[in-house]
Design a binder for this molecule. Sequence first.
Ligand SMILES: [Zn+2]
Length: 268
Amino acid sequence: MKRKRWFLFIFRLLLFTSVISVFILCFTIFIMQTNAKKNIDVSQMEIKLVDVALQEKIPIEKFKGQVSKVVYLTFDDGPNESTNQILDILKKERVSSTFFIVGSMVNEKNENILKRIVEEGHYLGSHSMTHNYQLLYKNKTYVHEMLKVQKIIQDVTGVESTLVRSPYGSYPGLIKEMRDDAVKNQLKIWDWTIDSLDWSLMGEPEKILANIKEQTKKDIEVILLHDRKTTAEVLPKIIQFLRSQGYVFKSYNEQDHFPLNFWNDERL
Ligand SMILES: [Zn+2]
């Protein structure tokens, strides 16, 4: 009898230990799995955040070896009463772009718009002082005017800016003599690949959108727009369309400069 009891005691002890062991093992596995799952979730979230940041900032063709289409939205003729409205939309849509400002438009009341452009990650370039064809191309004040706007940009924002946009486009006005002068003064000059014709379509936002849709074809597009009320109105639809076509939005970046002028002058 005594031996049988002893045996029963040992049996129960073993059973108890086994149950406890299995329980501890299961619990450990459960905890490990939960932690692993947490880690995966966090790292995936981080990748997503990095994706968004990179899309806006670095040349997308270098991102994970994949080529994406890139679009540069450019806004000319500001600063004016529409510039802040455009900046609000770009901020909401998380889109970077490029503004080419006219020096004579800048005054003490609106120079905070220049600061805002820079602070919100857009590129600030020059678009002459006078916007006057005769003066710029016949009297050849082009380079002088651009340098003057660059000085204004630097005084107001502290940023040294090299890219300029020629009023009315660089062709045919910007003859070789002036381009040589531009090169000597380290100017870079961008025309565009898509003309939205928005300046001539006040109150006709759908026509602006249609113009862009019709011309959007290449892997890299530079769209000419202006700081205008109708342009601001249709801007969310323009962004939506370009996104649906697989484009990512970039602001001009001096390190990734490529020549884009109607003269095909590789120096600019
Ligand atoms: Zn202009």
